[in-house]
Design a protein around this ligand. Structure first.
Ligand SMILES: [Zn+2]
Length: 210
């Protein structure tokens, strides 16, 4: 790929990521610059376009994106020192590699964090129509894995991989947020939206709810 074609590819990815971030920010899921989204640009070697760090996610442009490798390190791109990939890009890379995802979304919605607080061993979901939006039958028992929070993406990645199941495209990070993924940004969004609903239902109907 020529430098010009690579730049166009990155701009297209940046525009898609900015549009998705604006939707999530509007839902209150990316408060105070939190959260990050990525799309896979290539797999050999793995390259992802990920949102830059420290920007208001409701105000991103197609330029607020940086290319990272499978460990979340800035790779290629325009080498702009001002553009720093999200510190969480390393987990995006790990999820894309292990799950084969084409897009990974990470937000700081409240319901997933509450659910992880109540069920730190994993959140069990069943008998809910909305599971279909997660790609499962409503009578399936689906357990969303929970991992402890860490600032070390290697530690988080190892914990993710240890509990990974190909049929559960999401991960809760305790006291932090949620990751969801899919073939593309649209599928990842639909899964995240449905999962947030499922987790909110689970939290609000728990037996000891007051
Ligand atoms: Zn986060």
């Amino acid at each position: 790929m020529t430098a010009g074609a690579a730049d166009v590819e990155l701009r297209v990815a940046g525009a898609a990521l900015a549009a998705e971030c604006a939707r999530y920010a509007g839902m209150g899921w990316m408060r105070g610059t939190s959260g990050n989204l990525s799309v896979v640009l290539g797999r050999d070697p793995l390259r992802l376009a990920v949102t830059t760090s420290g920007k208001d996610k409701g105000e991103l442009t197609d330029d607020d994106v940086v290319v990272v490798d499978e460990r979340g390190r800035a790779a290629g791109g325009d080498g702009d020192p001002v553009k720093v990939p999200s510190a969480e890009a390393g987990l995006h890379g790990r999820i894309a590699a292990v799950a084969g995802a084409g897009a990974v979304v990470h937000v700081h919605a409240l319901a997933p964090v509450l659910a992880a607080e109540f069920w730190p061993g994993g959140v069990e979901l069943r008998d809910l129509e909305m599971l279909k939006g997660f790609g499962r039958a409503d009578h399936d028992v689906v357990t969303i894995p929970v991992v402890p929070n860490s600032q070390d993406m290697g530690v988080l990645g190892d914990a993710f991989e240890a509990g990974f199941r190909p049929d559960v495209p999401a991960l809760l990070v305790a006291r932090h947020g949620v990751y969801a993924w899919g073939a593309d940004l649209r599928q990842a969004r639909h899964r995240l939206e449905c999962l947030e609903w499922l987790l909110r239902f689970k939290v609000e109907t728990r037996r000891d709810a007051r």
